[in-house]
Design a protein around this ligand. Structure first.
Ligand code: PMV
Length: 311
């Protein structure tokens, strides 16, 4: 079989996914809504080999990351078939974005072509989900809605433009990964049930805002979903938080800017970086003010990006 190479872009959730349905299949406990970005992607090649090998950014991987790739491929390859998977994360220094979404979306698209699975976009999204919940959304360009049933689908773009500024707040890599953190939240946080129960109304509000071209309502729904997700994990036992002092300085700066009439909204994931949803007109003032915060490492400007593709 000929080698196949695919590329998929990272996505950031506007309405968050946090928590899984117990049992197999890696099904999310809640839906989500995301934006696939133009500036960060994973590129992955699959080819036949004499032994299983996973090479990431030119380094042969052993242990958990390699296991995760081959456990993902096991159900779709023939018994005894050995593969080499070579993956590269093209990530600007400032992004600080996790690569599991783009990585498993690229691997799914490459596997679909390599094994001639003939999957539909929905099937590809379901396959990607088995590797990483957020990967199901990176199959699609721009906005994507993830259903709790385990697949994502594209959402029509609004009439307003969308920018996402990624404020790089720390170089430290010592963060708890999202998979173990969300399971710990589900198992120990008294706020987790409230998070799951109230999640659909946030998703509905965001989808309505997109349909009615209400940028501010979209931003408000995003901030609300973000803070509820982080509150649920902070109330776990022991609590988990990803905020660094600098993350809070960025949030405080945004609060000031909002009082001055700038329309900018934050989100954060399983790391200290702050991502800011804004429109073209406000990018210059945001860059100016955020760059004045002592300690900000770099700010990256992302826009909606393409869906996953074969190269
Ligand atoms: O699928 P994972 O393990 O990358 O989890 C994603 C969790 C968040 O990034 C915090 C939220 C989200 O919906 O992407």
């Amino acid at each position: 079989m000929l080698p196949v190479t695919a590329r998929a872009h990272a996505n950031i959730a506007l309405i968050k996914y946090w928590g899984k349905v117990p049992g197999p299949g890696n099904l999310p406990a809640v839906g989500s809504l995301s934006l696939t970005l133009d500036c960060f992607y994973s590129q992955t090649t699959i080819q036949a080999s004499e032994a299983d090998r996973f090479i990431l950014n030119s380094e042969v991987q052993s242990g958990a990351s390699s296991r995760r790739v081959f456990e993902f491929l096991d159900p779709i390859r023939k018994p005894g078939e050995r593969l080499e998977v070579v993956s590269k994360n093209c990530v600007p220094t400032a992004s600080g974005l996790a690569s599991s979404a783009s990585g498993f979306a690229a691997l799914s698209v490459a596997a679909n072509a390599f094994f001639k699975l003939g999957l539909s976009p929905r099937g590809l999204s379901e396959l990607a989900r088995t590797g990483s919940g957020s990967a199901a959304r990176s199959i699609f360009p721009g906005l994507a809605r993830m259903h709790p049933e385990g697949y994502a689908e594209p959402v029509q773009a609004p009439s307003f433009d969308l920018n996402l500024l990624v404020v790089h707040c720390s170089d430290s890599k010592k963060h708890r990964d999202s998979r173990t953190a969300m399971n710990h939240t589900a198992e120990t946080s008294p706020y987790y049930a409230a998070w799951v129960l109230t999640h659909p109304e946030d998703l509905t509000a965001a989808l309505r805002a997109l349909k009615e071209n209400q940028f501010e309502a979209l931003g408000q729904a995003m901030e609300y979903s973000t803070l509820k997700m982080h509150a649920s994990m902070m109330a776990a036992k022991p609590g988990i938080w990803y905020f660094e002092p600098l993350s809070l300085s960025v949030l405080n700066c945004l609060r000031e800017l909002k009082a001055e009439g700038v329309k900018a909204y934050f989100t954060m994931d399983a790391g200290p970086h702050v991502k800011i949803l804004c429109q073209d007109q406000d990018v210059p003032v945001l860059l100016k003010r955020l760059n004045q915060i002592p300690g900000v490492i770099e700010i990256l400007q992302a826009r909606p990006g393409p869906g996953a593709m074969i190269l």
